[in-house]
Design a protein around this ligand. Sequence first.
Ligand code: HEM
Length: 307
Amino acid sequence: MNAEPQTVLDYRGDHTIFLVYNFKKDQEVGAVFQRICALVINLNNSGETRFPDSGAICVMGIGFDAWLRLGLPEPLPKELQNFTPIVGGKHVAVATRGDLHFHIKGSSSSICYDMAATLAQILDPVAVPVEEIHGFRYWDGRSILGFVDGTENPQGEKRAFFGLIGDDDPGYRGGSYLFVQKYIHDLKAFRALPVEEQEKVFGRSKENDVEMTDEQKPSNSHIALTNVGDDLKIIRDNLPFGNMSTNEMGTYFIAYMSTFSTVKKMLDNMFIGVPEGNYDRLLDFSSPKTGTLFFVPSATFLKNIAS
Ligand code: HEM
């Protein structure tokens, strides 16, 4: 049977709210979760009906511990587990707890806000928000470091191929793995580099977003280490965020994929390095403060729980 996916492949929107909730201890959470499943379906339908061209969407992911606590089906999605830290010689990909993840995005900040507020109201008795990031599209799709972010993402039909589970795990067809990390950048140090050095960090030109040739591209550049082959891709939807009062400027890294092992390989390359020690130079200017794996079941799965 074909399962209808959540809107994980959608391009929509310049405004995004990322929310992570953790369930409170000793609370019965099943009834609220059932209500949330119905609400996610409702919010997406409503966004589509009210604003067909610009609408807003909401994608929900569920963490490993939450899956067990909610008594969701077993066997679990094949690669759903708690993310464990990746410890490199200099940098560490930390692991943090997350029970539910909401990725809300749209063209209008009003509808995104309303969606988040509606979810928060229902979740409030049984869960606490541990992360709330308001991401924005920065100029022509640039990260706050000034480089265009997203260029080599799969396009067209390839998005479903790399983003959604297929026959490999038939019980979870139409679902995706979701991996997120909140990075804080040392913008002062990055901006102190001459533009040619900044370009070597990424392996692309800054102004025109053109990839360096293999001869030019340093082996510790971000794209040299994250390009793990044409048959191993992920759907990235990163956005920058910034807060002047706390001086926290960052990137919310978010990716959907049909197999977690693909992003794990990229993370190993970035943090441990290839060969070991030749780690991603981007990490000298970017520290992950969170790191969590979620599973995004299909919309059909959510509807079955809701009904
Ligand atoms: C490429 C930014 C973290 C995976 C890129 C590019 C930029 C960028 C500017 C080049 C343009 C593009 O193709 O999108 C960032 C920033 C990050 C970050 C600011 C956070 C500090 C990560 C992480 C992963 C990752 C954690 C995976 C674990 C990739 C991949 C590519 C890419 C797969 C495309 C490589 C290629 O095939 O050319 N990133 N990235 N990025 N990034 Fe990241």
